[in-house]
Design a protein. Structure first.
Length: 81
């Protein structure tokens, strides 16, 4: 399983989060909380930054939006789906 789609148990919080925003996560028991990451945009930006660095420019920091979909696997968080 790719790293971006691995489950991460969060100790002390009684929840599990799956990165990758898989639609199948809502069909598990309990339904998994997921983090959607814009992987395609990340790859495009990394390529742009690499070319810029090769050309001698210093890359600037980059923050891409992510989306958290809270489900029953994270009972201490307010549900979003």
């Amino acid at each position: 399983m790719p790293h971006s789609e691995s489950m991460v148990p969060v100790r002390g919080f009684g929840l599990s989060v799956r990165a990758g925003g898989l639609s199948s996560a809502r069909h598990t028991s309990p339904p998994l909380t997921t983090v959607h990451q814009p992987v395609r945009a990340l790859g495009q930006e990394m390529a742009r930054m690499l070319v810029s660095a090769i050309e001698g420019h210093r890359p600037s920091p980059l923050i891409l939006p992510t989306r958290l979909t809270v489900r029953e696997s994270a009972p201490d968080l307010p549900a979003s789906a």
